[in-house]
Design a protein around this ligand. Sequence first.
Ligand SMILES: NC(=O)c1ccc[n+]([C@@H]2O[C@H](COP(=O)([O-])OP(=O)(O)OC[C@H]3O[C@@H](n4cnc5c(N)ncnc54)[C@H](OP(=O)(O)O)[C@@H]3O)[C@@H](O)[C@H]2O)c1
Length: 264
Amino acid sequence: MAQPRPLALVTGASAGIGAVFARRLAAAGHDLLLIARRRERLEQLARDIQTRHPVTAEALPADLAEEPGLKLVEDRILASPNLSLLVNNAGFGARGMFFDSPVEVQDRMHRLHILATLRLTHAALRVMRPRNRGAIINVSSLAAFFITPGHTSYSVTKGWINSFTEGLAKELKAAGSAVRVQALCPGFTYTEFHDVMGTDRGEVHPRLWMQPEAVVDASLKALRHGRVVVVPGRFYAAAAMLANALPRFVTRRLPSRPPGFYHQ
Ligand SMILES: NC(=O)c1ccc[n+]([C@@H]2O[C@H](COP(=O)([O-])OP(=O)(O)OC[C@H]3O[C@@H](n4cnc5c(N)ncnc54)[C@H](OP(=O)(O)O)[C@@H]3O)[C@@H](O)[C@H]2O)c1
């Protein structure tokens, strides 16, 4: 009997990095489950992918910051024995001091970046572990390495993604599992992210911007080599390495940029 094609589930597929993951994975022969809130965007992408590649692409609209949407996607994962790749990519940024920002925004960010990543990863591992195959990419950020004023919730939720992914990588290795996990930490990437956040791209030096295609290609290449924490771009990789190497008491004393300077 013919084997079903491998299935990739991409969250936040209606724009930016997620949409590029979907296109690249379709080109590599994956069927797709596309998740985000904007149904029309997802359906348009699914149609476009199916005209270009001999795969199936299904739009599954869901708000992952809310329990019904999260449960819907969790259940789909548990019912998908051919799931070979989960990309936890949905996310957003918000600017403003924690104490001046609406708690609802902070709450949604924690639910989306932490709770949704945790629940979907757990469901995916229940499918992948028994087959001893598959991979999970958790899209984090360079902000995970730098806690900056005005972006505390963003930095700490992305920091959680890194620690969580590194912990899982150790557990999977200790269990002798071939399932791979990756925390992808992009720097400034040209997507809708900064429009959603309402920040001016002009505040960032033009040479610092990466295209989402370069970010996704770096991630998929690193996945083939089994790298756990991936920072695309030489400049950003060096910055992350430096942040890791410096003791905390030094990084705490580094001059703070005004809120809004670091958008990633
Ligand atoms: N762009 C950057 O500079 C940058 C840098 C570092 C890390 N990142 C990370 O990269 C990831 C992708 O961001 P992007 O740059 O591609 O931004 P984007 O173009 O704004 O895309 C964000 C995606 O997340 C989806 N999303 C947002 N809230 C959601 C929710 N509650 N439920 C389901 N889906 C939701 C959006 O779709 P809907 O609006 O249709 O729901 C959209 O598809 C994020 O995790 C972000 O933190 C981005």
